[in-house]
Every structure is written in C-alpha cells, then in structure tokens.
Ligand binder design. Structure first.
Ligand code: ZN
Length: 380
C-alpha cells in the first residue's frame, strides 16, 4: 500500500520503513484510487491551516471546533476553541494566560507518540522554540506533512531541542528568512550584558524580553554564565516564570520589582516586557541601561531607532542558515512558508530544486518577535 502511494506520488526518495505510524497506516488503509496530494492533507482556510481528513485546524487564528496547537505564544495559541490538543506544557501555558476554561475540552499530546484523528495519524515532536513547543506531523496514505510552528536549532536551556522529522512536505515560518539574519552565539550576547553590568555598577540594566520563552531563556543563560544575584522581574513576567520554575527549570531567585523600591536597584538586572523599556516604569530606576533581547537587534539601525542602548541578539527563531539547513535535513520535496520573509526562502528552495510556495498567512507574528520591538513614542 505504502509503496503504491510513494510511487504514484513520486515520493520514492523518501524512506517510510522506519515510520512510527506504519502499523496504524496499515490498519486504516486509504483507497488506492484516492491519490493523496499534500493539499488533501492540509489546506488553507480563513481560520488557518486545516486538515479535512482529520477535521482539525492547526494554530487557528479564529475559534474552531478542534485545534491542534504547536506552542503557547498567543499568535498561535488563542482561546475560545471547543477542543484543544497540545503538549502538557502548552496546555498549562494557555491556562496561565487565559484561565483554566480557555477551551471546552483539552487533550494532552505526548511527544513522539502517534495518535489517530479521523483518517490521519498525528504526532508531536519537539520544536526547540519555547517550553512545550512542538512540530505536528500529519500522515495519511503514505504522505507525511510536518507543520513546524515556530522553531529554532540553537541551544536553549529552557526547552527540549528541535528534532528533525523526515517528511514530504515541510511547513515552515520565515521570521528571519533573509541571508542578513545570522544569529550570534547567545553566550556572547549574555556576556555583553554581564560586562556592561560590571562596568556600570551603579546603573540598572533593564532587559526587554518577550514574557514567554525569551525572558526565561535570558535568565537561564545568565545563570549558566555564573550570575547568581537576584534577577528582578516586571510583574507581567511573574506567572510564566513561576511556571517554568515549577517545570524544573533552574532560574534562581527572581523577585518581582516593588514599585517603591525601584530607586534602590542600581546595579541590578531587571527583565520586563519590551514595551516597558521605553515607558515611565523603567525611568524610575537609577540611570537605566536599556537592553533588548531579540533577533531584530541584528539590525543596528532598528536598535538605535528604538532607543536601545545595549542590543542583545537573542532569538527563539531560526536564522537564515538554520532555516535552509532544516529544510535540507527534512528531505522535503515541497515547502510551504507560512509567514515572515517568505519570498526569499521560497526563492532559495526553488533554486535548490525544492517546490515551494508562500502562504502569506495573516495573524502570526502579532506577539512574536516581529512585533516585539517597542513602539516609537511608547511613553506611558
Ligand atoms: Zn512563537
């Protein structure tokens, strides 16, 4: 059966022998008359990517009957769906952000375990983006589609590393999909912060970082570099940081900033949401050094424009090299690019003999790094 479909679909270069879904696929054969195209498995709808054979959406931007969620960032994980299937950590993050009743029903997806939904099998695999983040593999009739969500290949002490899933169709983001984006070693970036803190012991270093993932990664990286003083948090960081700690991620002492004591925090490192680095909240600290941890800080003009004194190029997304490398690693013959700098990546695929198309999907990146840069004139 599989051989038939592979041949018919021109997929002979893929090896399905090791597929964890082999038994299930044999138990639910799809008629040989039904040659599956990638678009039979996944299509684009106003709500987002939809699998008609399994009757579910992935990371829908509007409320749907059944949603599979790749990770907890709010542009991917929205509230109001009837049923949600996601990793345990992503479900917990959604509960922290939206309350326990964020969906009518929830189901936990165990990493690496396949399950049957309608006429397809699905499997969640680590994406290396934030705690609990996963790629979602959909397989039917011998065709395997991987929806990567957001992902990165760089080391991150706060989440499981990305795992390559060989597939026929790879669906990728392209937030940093231009050759100019090459992320440096994060350890060097964190050392810049520590060097600055040592050089200006009277000043408060205020680091803008996205509340889910980036903030905790910066804290963990500081600890890895031996920084053992308290890391002060803006109130908006508190609950998700507590959640990371409860999951066994060592972040050390992270007291919340008490408004009346800001003037006493000279020499401290404080982490806050990106917009707060420019508002009145941060100006009450002693002679603050404004820092911002984002892949966008690679663009120095952007850092200057936003009034960032110490840009830290730390990203939870793949840079150009890793996007290209990952596409190659999956062995996919077809690539769909969901959002970001789609055209450059599509062009790269085409020149490397890989069929590719941009999806121009709207609604993603709203709370990702795209919009992380503080707004000009964001004075509170
Ligand atoms: Zn994300």
């Amino acid at each position: 059966m599989k051989g038939f479909h592979q041949e018919k679909l021109g997929l002979s270069r893929r090896t399905f022998g090791a597929s964890p879904y082999a038994d299930i696929a044999e138990a639910h054969p799809i008629s040989p008359s039904m040659a599956l195209r990638s678009t039979d498995i996944l299509t684009q709808t106003p709500q987002g990517l939809y699998c008609p054979l399994g009757d579910f959406h992935i990371d829908p931007v509007r409320p749907v009957k059944r949603a599979l969620i790749t990770h907890g960032h709010s542009d991917h994980a929205r509230s109001g769906h009837r049923a949600v299937l996601a990793t345990r950590e992503t479900l917990r993050i959604m509960a922290v952000r939206y309350g326990e009743d964020f969906a009518e029903s929830t189901q936990e997806a165990s990493l690496g375990e396949s399950m049957t939904l309608g006429d397809v099998t699905v499997c969640f695999t680590p994406a290396g983006h934030v705690l609990g983040s996963a790629q979602i593999t959909i397989e039917a009739g011998g065709t395997r589609v991987v929806v990567s969500g957001d992902y990165k290949r760089a080391e991150d002490p706060t989440c499981l590393p990305y795992e390559v899933v060989p597939c026929d169709v790879f669906i990728t983001e392209a937030t940093f999909g231009l050759p100019v984006f090459r992320h440096p070693d994060t350890r060097d970036e964190v050392r810049k912060l520590l060097d600055s803190a040592a050089l200006f012991p009277e000043r408060t270093h205020i680091v803008g970082a996205y509340a889910l993932g980036k903030a905790q990664r910066v804290m963990a990286l500081l600890r890895e570099e031996g920084y053992d003083k308290p890391i002060y948090l803006h109130g908006a960081m508190e609950r998700l940081t507590e959640f990371y700690k409860s999951e066994g991620i060592p972040l050390g002492e992270t007291p919340k900033v008490v408004a009346s004591e800001r003037s006493k925090l000279g020499g401290a490192i404080v982490i806050c949401p990106p917009p707060s680095i420019q508002d009145l909240w941060s100006r009450r600290f002693p002679d603050p050094v404004t820092c911002f941890a984002s892949g966008w800080m690679r663009v120095r003009a952007r850092a200057r424009q936003k009034g960032v004194e110490l840009p830290l190029v730390i990203s939870d997304h793949s840079d150009w090299d890793d996007l290209c490398r990952t596409i190659g690693d999956t062995g996919a013959g077809e690539v769909w690019v969901t959002h970001g700098q789609e055209d450059a990546l599509v062009h790269w695929c085409t020149t490397h003999g890989i069929k590719a198309r941009p999806l121009h999907m709207l609604g993603y990146g709203d709370e990702g790094e795209v919009e992380e840069a503080p707004q000009a004139g964001g004075e509170a």
